[in-house]
Design a protein around this ligand. Sequence first.
Ligand SMILES: [Zn+2]
Length: 98
Amino acid sequence: MPMDRSNMWTAGNRSHRASAAKPTGSSPMKPQSHFLTICWDGTAEDGTPITLQATLCKAHRQVIALRSASARGVRRQFGESCDLCDGREPRTLAAEAE
Ligand SMILES: [Zn+2]
């Protein structure tokens, strides 16, 4: 009785890398009026875990999201300008115990 080995090709393949090939759906017709406040986990100079918060445009939100998997939006917080576009530093929040 021959053994069915076809399963061996699919089992154990765990390469689930998210594809970075995304179509850039930037439309120049829309005004940049959507600034959202997000926060993410970072590390201070002395190694202390901190939470950073900034109000960012869509492009900069994507930059932060790529850098930090912990980036998440702050509810109901909108701004009128992008901190990074204006050269402001992200605000540092006290580390919250979760
Ligand atoms: Zn920006």
